[in-house]
Design a protein around this ligand. Structure first.
Ligand SMILES: [Zn+2]
Length: 154
């Protein structure tokens, strides 16, 4: 697993988990890892290594994400997905092979794989998918300044 700060983008080692605290948000206990930088204190999230640069880039461009999975060999799940924060309700362009889903008003893109692939071929599919998804994320327009303008004007 990889770790990075949603606010400043800093990447951390796994031992950042040792600073994890629990706090109460809307009566739900949530685990938070705060970025230790004094001027940041953003939320550090845990993300699959293969998707870390993708998720970091998406959040940096204003496509705030909620959960994701790069897919894993040796489990019974044959998909990769990225679900977004409620501010993202759709995308003009999605990476090839993905489908769009809406669950509980949350927008998600998912790519399903055949469960008939052997482990090596499945791993190759996941690696190729990570490259294609990263290239897609690189092409996306930065929407962060627009959101800032919107916030300022309201
Ligand atoms: Zn930070």
């Amino acid at each position: 697993m990889g770790y990075f700060c949603l606010k400043c983008g800093e990447i951390y080692k796994e031992n950042i988990k040792n600073t994890q605290i629990q706090y109460n948000k809307n009566n739900n206990i949530e685990d938070w890892i705060f970025c230790p930088k004094l001027k940041c204190i953003g939320q550090v999230i845990e993300v699959d290594d293969m998707f870390l640069p993708i998720i970091r880039l998406l959040n940096n461009k204003g496509y705030y994400t909620e959960h994701c999975c790069s897919g894993h060999v040796g489990t019974d799940t044959y998909d990769s997905y990225i679900s977004f924060d409620k501010t993202i309700q759709g995308l003009l362009l999605i990476p090839e092979g993905y489908i769009e889903e809406k669950d509980n008003n949350k927008y998600c893109i998912r790519r399903n794989y055949s469960d008939k692939l052997n482990d090596i071929d499945f791993h190759l599919e996941l690696l190729n998918n990570a490259i294609e998804t990263l290239n897609w994320a690189k092409e996306l327009k930065n929407i962060k300044p627009l959101q800032l303008e919107k916030l300022i004007s309201t």
